[in-house]
Design a protein around this ligand. Structure first.
Ligand code: VPP
Length: 582
C-alpha cells in the first residue's frame, strides 16, 4: 500500500512538473511564433513591399502643384494691347494653422483691407479645414505686404488675370476668358490653344496638416502662350466705334454693325457692333451685347448689291454704261408680284439706275442677262460663301442654289432680296470691287499682304462700276451725297430694306445700309455699315448710314496718310510738297 502511495506520489510530482514544463513550453512556442510572424511581416514590408509603400508614403507627403503659364497677349496690328494677362496674387490660408495665432488676425485683416470681425468669422467657420481663400486677385504689392507679416498658415500663389484695355471697343472681336483663363468667346476662344501655353509642375513636400514644408524641384517649367496680332488698327476701331454709337443714338436705332477692310490685303482693320459690353466687368455681359453681329447675323442686303447686278450685266457684253432702261411709272408686274421703285422713274442709263436706285431697272436688266450669270457674280464676290475667319459662330449667309432661276427670284436677287449676307460679306464684296475685281480672302490676323488673289470680276468692269458709284456719291441727286469725303473721291451705295417677320415684310421697321470704297483713284479701304431699325429722324440708308460712312472714311484716310485725290489744283501741289518733306 505504501508502495502504491509512493508511486502515485511520484506520478503526481511528475505530472505537476510536466504540467509546469508544458505551460512553459507552450508559452515559449507562442512567443517564438509571434517573433517569427513579426519579423516575417517586417521582412515582407521592408523587402517585398518596400517600393509600393515608399510610393504610398510619398503620395501622402509629396505633391505636384501647377505653375500657371503666362497666357499670350492679343494686340492690334501695331502692337497695342487688346488682351493682357497681368500677374495677380491669390492669398489663401490653412485654418488649422491659423487658429493657433488668433491674436494676429486683426493685423491680417488690416493688410487684407477686410473687417476684423468678418475675417475672424470666416476663419472660425473653416477651422477644421486645411484650405480657405483669403483674397483672390490682389496686386503683387498687397501680396508682399501680407507676406511681410509672417503669419503662420498664410500662403500665396501667383496667378494671372486677363485685362482688356480697349474694353467695349474690341469686346466682340477679342472675346473673353473664364476665371481659369480658358478662352470662352471670340479670338480668346478661337486661338485658345495658341494663347494658352502649357502649365508647369512643381514638386513640394507637405506635412500631415497640408502645410508645404519644402520645395523639392520644378518638374516642368511653364511654357508661356504665344501672342496673337490682329489685323485691327485700334485707332480706326475707336473711330468706327464712336461713329457707329453716335449714329445709333441719333436715330434711336436698335443695333448696328460695321466692317472695314484693307482692299489690298483683305485684312479687317475695324469691326464694330452695337450694343456692346465691358469684358472687364462681367456684370455688363448679355447675350444681345456680346453677339458679334458683323460676323454672325445675316440680313437681306437690299440695294447695296445692285452694283454687282450691273457688273454682271456689263460682263455679259449685252449692256454698256450708256445702255438705257425705261422704268416707266416705276412699277412692274411679274406674275402676281409688283416691283416698285421708291423714287420717280423715266429713262435711265446704268449710272442713273444706281443713282435713282431703281428696283424696276435692275430687275429688267437681270431678267435680260439671266438669273444664273447674276447669281454667279453674287457668289464670286462672296455672298453665301464662308468668310473663313475661323471665328466662333461665323455665318456664311444664305444663297439659294436654284437649278433654274425663275423670273421672280431673279428680279428679287437683282436688288438684294431672297438671299442673306453678313456685314463682313458685304464689306468683302466691295473690297473686291475696289481691288480691280480681284478677290482676296478676309483675315482677322495681321498679315500685311494678300494670302491669295483670285480674279473674279473683269478689271475693266470693276473700274466702270466704281466710277458709277462715285457718281452716286458726287452727283447731285445721286442718293449718296451724305457719304462725301472732303479731299477724296469715294464710291458707294445706300440701301434701305424692310425687315421681315414670320409673316413677310414689315411696313414700319427697316435696315439702313451704306457700303463703299475710297479713294476711287487707288482704293485702299472698303467699308460697310448696317444700322438696324432706326426709329427717329428717318430710315433711308442715304440719310442714316451715309453720314457715318463719310466721317469714318474721312478719319481713316487721314490717319493712314492716304494721298488726297480730290483737292483743288493749288492745294494738291501743296500736299505733294508736304509729303516730300516728311
Ligand atoms: S430708295 O434702293 O437707301 O437712300 O426699295 O424693302 O422693294 O420688293 N432706299 N429701298 N424695298 N422691299 N421686297 C430706297 C433710296 C433709299 C430703296 C433702296 C435711294 C431713297 C436709300 C427699297 C425698299 C423700301 C424693300 C421700299 C424701303 C422689300 C422686299 C422691296 C419702301 C422702304 C421688295 C420684296 C420703303 C422682294 O434701297
Amino acid at each position: 500500500m505504501k508502495k502504491v502511495t509512493g508511486v502515485l506520489a511520484t506520478l503526481c510530482a511528475a505530472y505537476a512538473w510536466l504540467r509546469v514544463r508544458w505551460r512553459f513550453g507552450f508559452a515559449l512556442s507562442v512567443l517564438f511564433a509571434l517573433a517569427i510572424t513579426v519579423s516575417g511581416r517586417i521582412a515582407w514590408l521592408h523587402v517585398v513591399r518596400h517600393d509600393f509603400l515608399a510610393e504610398q508614403g510619398d503620395k501622402r507627403s509629396l505633391r505636384h502643384v501647377p505653375i500657371s503659364a503666362h497666357r499670350g497677349s492679343i494686340t492690334d496690328r501695331n502692337g497695342e494691347p487688346l488682351a493682357v494677362s497681368t500677374p495677380m496674387i491669390t492669398l489663401w490660408a490653412n485654418p488649422l494653422e491659423l487658429v493657433a495665432d488668433e491674436e494676429r488676425w486683426p493685423e491680417l485683416a488690416q493688410a487684407l483691407d477686410a473687417k476684423p470681425d468678418a475675417l475672424a468669422g470666416r476663419i472660425r467657420a473653416n477651422a477644421s479645414r486645411s484650405f480657405m481663400y483669403l483674397e483672390r486677385g490682389v496686386t503683387p504689392e498687397q501680396g508682399a505686404r501680407v507676406a511681410a507679416l509672417g503669419i503662420a498658415g498664410v500662403y500665396q500663389r501667383e496667378e494671372f488675370k486677363r485685362f482688356y484695355p480697349a474694353a467695349e471697343v474690341t469686346a466682340h472681336l477679342v472675346g473673353l476668358t473664364d476665371v481659369d483663363e480658358k478662352g470662352r468667346e471670340g479670338i480668346e476662344l478661337a486661338y485658345n490653344d495658341w494663347l494658352a501655353g502649357v502649365p508647369g509642375k512643381r514638386r513640394v513636400l507637405q506635412n500631415r496638416k497640408g502645410q508645404i514644408i519644402a520645395d523639392i524641384q520644378v518638374v516642368q517649367n511653364a511654357k508661356a502662350g504665344q501672342a496673337v496680332a490682329l489685323s485691327i488698327d485700334l485707332r480706326l476701331q475707336y473711330l468706327a466705334h464712336r461713329e457707329l454709337q453716335r449714329t445709333i443714338q441719333e436715330f434711336k436705332a436698335k443695333a448696328g454693325s460695321l466692317v472695314m477692310v484693307d482692299v489690298k490685303t483683305g485684312e479687317i482693320l475695324a469691326l464694330v457692333n452695337y450694343p456692346t459690353y465691358n469684358p472687364n466687368n462681367r456684370a455688363t455681359y448679355s447675350g444681345e451685347g456680346s453677339r458679334n453681329r458683323a460676323l454672325v447675323d445675316v440680313f437681306e442686303p437690299g440695294s447695296t448689291v445692285k452694283p454687282f447686278t450691273i457688273a454682271a450685266a456689263l460682263d455679259s457684253g449685252r449692256w454698256h454704261p450708256s445702255s438705257t432702261v425705261d422704268v416707266g411709272n416705276g412699277r412692274m408686274m411679274i406674275g402676281k408680284y409688283t416691283i416698285k421703285d421708291v423714287s420717280r422713274g423715266g429713262v435711265l442709263d446704268l449710272t442713273g439706275v444706281l443713282k435713282k436706285s431703281s428696283n424696276v431697272a435692275v430687275s429688267k436688266i437681270a431678267l435680260d442677262v439671266g438669273g444664273e450669270p447674276v447669281a454667279a457674280v453674287m457668289q464670286q464676290v462672296g455672298f453665301g460663301i464662308d468668310t473663313g475667319l475661323g471665328f466662333p459662330g461665323e455665318s456664311s449667309g444664305v444663297f439659294p442654289v436654284y437649278p433654274r432661276w425663275r423670273s421672280v427670284e431673279t428680279a428679287a436677287m437683282s436688288y438684294g432680296y431672297g438671299f442673306s449676307v453678313t456685314t463682313a460679306q458685304l464689306a468683302h464684296a466691295y473690297a473686291t470691287l475696289g481691288n480691280n475685281g480681284i478677290s482676296v480672302p478676309l483675315t482677322l490676323l495681321r498679315q500685311d499682304r494678300a494670302a491669295s488673289q483670285t480674279p473674279v470680276l473683269n478689271p475693266h468692269t470693276s473700274q466702270v462700276v466704281l466710277e458709277m458709284l462715285r457718281s452716286v456719291v458726287e452727283d447731285e441727286g445721286g442718293g449718296g451725297a451724305r457719304a462725301r469725303v472732303p479731299g477724296y473721291h469715294v464710291a458707294g451705295k445706300s440701301g434701305t430694306a424692310k425687315k421681315t417677320t414670320g409673316r413677310g415684310y414689315t411696313e414700319d421697321s427697316y435696315r439702313s445700309l451704306f457700303a463703299g470704297v475710297g479713294p476711287v483713284s487707288e482704293p485702299r479701304i472698303a467699308l460697310a455699315i448696317v444700322i438696324d431699325e432706326p426709329r427717329e429722324g428717318g430710315y433711308f440708308g442715304g440719310l442714316v448710314a451715309a453720314p457715318a460712312f463719310s466721317r469714318i472714311m474721312a478719319g481713316t484716310l487721314r490717319l493712314l496718310n492716304v494721298r488726297p485725290d480730290n483737292l483743288p489744283e493749288s492745294m494738291a501741289q501743296n500736299s505733294t510738297q508736304q509729303r516730300g518733306r516728311s
